[in-house]
Ligand binder design. Sequence first.
Ligand code: SAM
Length: 279
Amino acid sequence: MAGILYLCATPIGNLQDMTPRVIETLRMVDVIAAEDTRNSIRLLNHFDIHTPMTSYHEYNKVEKAEQLAGQLLEGKQIALITDAGTPAISDPGEVLVRMCHEHHVPVTSLPGPCACITALTLSGLSTRRFCFEGFLPADKKERRTVLEELGRESRTMILYEAPHHLVGTLEELYGCLGNRRITLCRELTKKFENVMPTTLEQALEYYRMEAPRGEYVLVLEGKSFQELRREEIASWESMSIEEHMAYYEGRGMDHKTAMKQVARDRGVGKREIYAYLNK
Ligand code: SAM
């Protein structure tokens, strides 16, 4: 019978956030796959865990996932821990999980600390609808596309960032999204935890003077529906009625429904659109 892959969440700063179930599982499994074995050894020593470790990281994630899946199929029990927090969130864990699904190896997740959710709950921004972006892509073209998408996003957005990239990222966000509310969450659960609810403009002003230090999660306000509506109206105003009709018909709407929708968008009666198109 195949073993089980246990995704074990570990503290993002405060060791007391380690759950008893994770400690017990890390003691019970045959091997612990860890993103950074040098970091994780301190955690394991602290909790008196003596299970052998093997490294599983960004640069060996594909071959190593194959190997680990092989061991699981032979019946070994394996736990995955990453540098901190919940495995598979902005780390190579997802590759191993996918590989296990492909080989029909059972996977279970032991929940615990996760930087993005901790930051969201502290942000004071809407938690009803949110999206997680992780680190912005390093590739310039891809990054631009993502930033443009974020500019239209109406949900609260969560991003990860390293201190040495913080100012550059805030500048790009300000350039693409305009001035928005943002909460910068730094060193969560640690001694110098700091939660700064501010605006993109003020955050930039602050961090141009003060060198960023520690780990950051950025939580950004989504675009309001009123603003999205204003932009939509402005875009209709720059179109001719024919272009506006073609827009809806190109998306599969029949002629009559498109006329009704165009009239509604423009705040006029449908007879007016009909008369214009049949003049
Ligand atoms: N898997 C992890 C999780 O559950 O959140 C995230 C791993 S990701 C490689 C590391 C990033 O998470 C950091 O660059 C930072 O943006 C964020 N992060 C992790 N710990 C943090 C903390 N204590 N305070 C603020 N941000 C943190």
